[in-house]
Design a protein around this ligand. Structure first.
Ligand SMILES: NC(=O)c1ccc[n+]([C@@H]2O[C@H](COP(=O)([O-])OP(=O)(O)OC[C@H]3O[C@@H](n4cnc5c(N)ncnc54)[C@H](O)[C@@H]3O)[C@@H](O)[C@H]2O)c1
Length: 676
């Protein structure tokens, strides 16, 4: 990655000094070791003394830019963030056509703070620079051909061309070009910046960085270089201190950390996965299969009846066709993906698969039967995975003679779209099986988090408490729309009732009915059952907590639901009270936190940050709040616990739930936080 940590910065400065001191050297080329030029700042140094240790990136860029001998950047692979800022401090740049170029700082809630917002608009023009800086996305170097960013673009390794340019500039004694000396001639600059402020402001609610990026770029247009740099530094420092930036950096690290499993080396050998099989071509099976064929892996897909198989395949084909129509996929790729699918009704056809994922009905007996058959046909060493959402994986594994090869792969619906994958580690799951699935998750573009076996795993077990509070709040006087609005204002992508309507209210009903029998002590509001008894399953039936027009997803208020709620309250003798949005947010979000702490206590989740990743990747929790556990840390665990005592004493809902989980009580008493 050639991250620009202290050692690298000091090393580059020392190299420049050596070259400047050596009369034999006429020009200097900076290239990355390996393929990559530099992925940018070493963000592990953030908030450590090393980040500020000289030479800082700013000092290093000054050393390069003011060097008497010409400095040429040879840019291969990627050139991102601080790496691009450093390259823009050089006098000449040669890049590989394929190199990816980006200033991704905005994704961490900050902005490029080493001249990037000042030099990039001078190099590529206002509009292109602003788009790159505000979005943080990367572009191919070839897309920036013809701009002042590159002196030459080459196929493959840029080093030979950089060396030959170095000789030429030295021989010809060419003047050193500095991007800072360019001016931005854009007659529409003012209008464009105003447009950008409006659109960026509207599109980035909750995120302060994008608008500050616009301000920094505006300074490049309206101010002399040095003044622009000063403004950039100031905006950078402001952003660095925001809770949003802290949350985004936490999220970034949390995602990387989730891939590591304590006690298993990062480079531990994994099993080879060349061929995958999926059992069940329903809602989940089809989506799961799409993930693998999209990544180029052949998939055998098995059903019990030809009709179900045809239907499943037709859905997959329709999904790919719609991606082609929307311009997200080219028609050849869609065809190639379909060709990688082998439909079958014959279990024997699974014999050569390295990984088999079961996605049949959520029924223990059906699943156990599938695993018994799998045990007979799967080749030795094949990984046998279940997509169960609620069933005990260890009981499924116990039907085989190879429990060490059994694992849970809990995909979320729609499985071809949702990023989250909960990887469920059974009591006997082998380490290499776990590591194989974690790496495979990356191959298919999923964010994987390890969970222990329990009812609902990490995400849904916490969600149950969140939804339980939402239902209590209705009993007590809030409306579904008020609750949704409050939580959406907090930043949730969708409030609980809109979400339930989308997922299907019958899914929760089915699970609750089982719980009423298995765990009769849990206190539930029965209001959602009433809704389901009327067939109000949500979007699929066009009525749920809201009503829907055919083919549309807008949630419209429905007086029938208000009447249903009023009747329910009357019947139960509940007198509605006025409930503030703050109480709604605290009760729903702290319910997640308390259950999360419980999961940590039980060892189901490995780390608080893993829980955050689950909620960010799978449940629409606002990234700028870093996840429920990080949010609790930000609020302060002392304050969270105090609020919970308040709820316990209020006597509403299920007061017993609000006794803080032991870990939460302990951390709060010790003045500590979940995330260290
Ligand atoms: N739907 C979701 O949101 C969701 C999310 C995560 C996990 N899950 C889990 O995924 C699994 C499948 O759920 P779904 O929503 O796709 O159900 P579904 O009813 O849409 O699909 C199940 C498919 O399995 C097939 N099937 C049943 N028994 C079979 C057998 N013995 N051999 C081969 N095929 C068989 C059925 O014909 C059906 O097509 C369940 O365990 C469910 O809990 C579902």
């Amino acid at each position: 990655m050639n991250g620009l940590g202290y050692d690298t910065r000091a090393g580059v400065a020392a190299g420049i000094d050596r070259a400047l001191a050596d009369p034999e050297i006429k020009a200097i080329v900076i290239a990355g070791a390996g393929r990559m030029f530099s992925a940018g700042a070493d963000i592990r140094e953030f908030n450590t003394p090393k980040a500020k240790a000289e030479p800082t990136l700013n000092s290093l860029i000054s050393i390069i830019e003011s060097s008497d001998k010409p400095v040429i950047a040879a840019i291969g692979g990627g050139c991102m963030g601080g790496g691009l800022e450093l390259a823009m401090g050089c006098h000449f740049r040669i890049a590989a056509n394929e190199a990816s170029i980006a200033l991704p700082e905005v994704k961490l809630g900050i902005l490029p703070g080493a001249g990037g917002t000042q030099r990039l608009p001078r190099a590529v023009g206002l509009e292109a620079a602003l788009n790159m800086i505000v979005s943080g996305t990367s572009v191919r170097a070839s897309q920036l051909a013809g701009t002042a960013l590159f002196d030459e673009l080459v196929e493959g390794d840029p080093l030979p061309a950089a060396l030959s340019l170095a000789r030429k500039v030295a021989q010809e004694n060419r003047t050193r070009k500095r991007l800072r000396d360019l001016t931005i001639d854009d007659p529409n600059a003012e209008a464009f910046l105003q447009f950008a402020r409006n659109t960026v402001g509207a599109a980035s609610k909750g995120y302060p960085a994008p608008l500050k990026c616009v301000e920094a770029v505006a300074a490049a247009v309206t101010q002399p270089f040095e003044e622009g740099k000063r403004i950039e530094r100031e905006l950078f420092a402001q952003l660095m201190r925001t809770p949003e930036s802290r949350a985004l950096r936490h999220a970034f690290f949390a995602e990387r950390t989730a891939a590591r499993i304590p006690g298993i080396a990062d480079d531990a050998p994994a099993r080879q996965i060349r061929r995958v099989a999926v059992i069940g071509a329903g809602t989940m099976g089809g989506g799961i299969a799409m993930n693998f064929v999209s990544a180029g892996l052949p998939v055998t897909i098995l059903e019990t009846k030809q009709g179900a198989l045809d239907k499943g395949l037709a859905t997959i084909r329709r999904n790919y066709e719609s991606s082609v129509k929307r311009g997200k996929l080219d028609a050849n790729a869609a065809q190639r993906n379909m060709a990688l699918l082998s439909p079958t009704l014959d279990f024997e056809q699974l014999a050569d698969s390295d990984l088999v994922i079961e996605a049949v009905f959520e029924d223990m007996e059906v699943k156990q039967d599938v695993f018994r058959r799998l045990d007979r046909v799967a080749k030795p060493g094949a990984i046998l995975a279940s997509n169960t959402s609620t069933l005990d994986l260890d009981r499924i594994a116990a039907t085989t003679e190879r429990a060490q090869d059994v694992i849970g792969m809990h995909f979320f619906s729609p499985a071809n779209v949702m990023k989250l994958l909960e990887v469920v580690r059974g009591a006997k799951t082998a380490d290499d099986v776990l590591i194989t699935v974690m790496r495979l998750a990356k191959t298919i573009g999923k964010t994987a988090v390890v969970s222990g076996v329990c009812d609902g795993f990490i995400g849904n077990r916490m969600l149950e408490q969140y939804l339980r509070q939402a239902m209590f709040l209705i009993e007590e006087g809030a409306s579904p729309a008020q609750i949704d609005r409050a939580l959406e204002r907090f930043g949730m992508a969708m409030g609980p009732f809109r979400m339930s309507d989308l997922a299907g209210n019958d899914v929760g009903w089915f699970i609750r009915k089982r719980r009423y029998v298995e765990k009769p002590d849990i206190i539930y509001s029965r209001i959602a059952d009433r809704l389901c008894e009327l067939g109000r399953f949500g979007q699929k039936t066009e009525i749920g907590w809201y009503r829907y027009q055919p083919g549309r997803r807008d949630a419209l208020p429905d007086p029938a639901v208000d009447a249903l709620i009023a009747d329910y309250r009357n019947e139960k003798g509940l007198v509605p009270r006025r409930i503030g949005d703050d109480e709604i947010i605290e009760r729903c979000i702290f319910a997640l936190v308390n259950e999360g702490a419980q999961l940590l206590d039980e060892g189901i989740a490995l780390r608080a940050s893993d829980i955050d990743v689950v909620y960010l990747a799978g449940y629409g929790f606002p990234r700028y709040r870093g996840g429920p556990m990080f949010h609790a840390d930000t609020v302060g665990l002392y304050n969270v616990v105090r609020a919970m005592h308040r709820f316990e004493n209020s006597g509403h809902g299920d007061p017993g739930f609000w006794r803080p989980a032991p870990l939460l009580a302990k951390l709060s008493a010790e003045n500590k936080s979940f995330n260290g």
